[in-house]
Write a protein of this length. Structure first.
Length: 185
């Protein structure tokens, strides 16, 4: 039931990313249903990504707290490799993971933390734990985890998410009393 909206969300953000733009404030309120088609809106803090780089620089933390990536809270600090932490399209992927998590569980991954400071500390902590309740669809759980990976370089990109088994049609047949699933190509 989530796959149709999820695919439309991914396609909308993919269009923006292909234009070398990071939206920077992805959240459910920034998607609008127009004649049955999901549209991405509110590019108020969107930033163009220069052709010679994959990241953007901002003067301050911006975005909606419950959808902000770890690197959004750590911008301008130095990572373990001695590089300045910047935000890129992978920050939008984190926000997409938060949106899907909210679609599935009815809340964002860190909604249980009410203090602003505590929430920032938890999201920015590389050892944070996201609570995933069991799901009947293992592909749905997997795609959420691929978006909500702490390390921005390990997060899936939109083309990978669009080809993920979660979005592939499944043909189920009963052969000899045994259920077999086969991905339709």
């Amino acid at each position: 039931k989530y796959s149709s909206f999820w695919q439309q969300i991914l396609e909308a953000v993919n269009t923006v990313h292909e234009a070398r733009i990071m939206h920077g404030d992805l959240k459910p309120a920034n998607f609008m249903l127009v004649k049955g088609v999901l549209k991405l809106i509110d590019f108020g803090i969107a930033k163009s990504i220069q052709s010679d780089t994959t990241n953007i620089e901002r003067e301050s933390q911006v975005g909606t707290l419950n959808y902000m990536s770890p690197e959004a809270f750590l911008m301008k600090e130095i990572d373990e490799n001695g590089n300045v932490i910047k935000c890129g399209r992978s920050s939008d992927i984190w926000a997409l993971g938060c949106i899907l998590y909210q679609m599935v569980y009815g809340k964002t991954p860190f909604a249980h933390i009410t203090s602003l400071h505590a929430k920032i500390q938890e999201v920015a902590n590389p050892r944070h734990k996201i609570n995933y309740l069991p799901l009947s669809n293992p592909h749905l759980l997997d795609i959420m985890k691929k978006c909500l990976t702490y390390n921005r370089d390990e997060r899936s990109r939109i083309p990978q998410l669009l080809s993920h088994p979660f979005l592939q049609p499944v043909h189920v047949s009963n052969v000899g009393g045994k259920i077999e699933e086969e991905l339709l190509k």
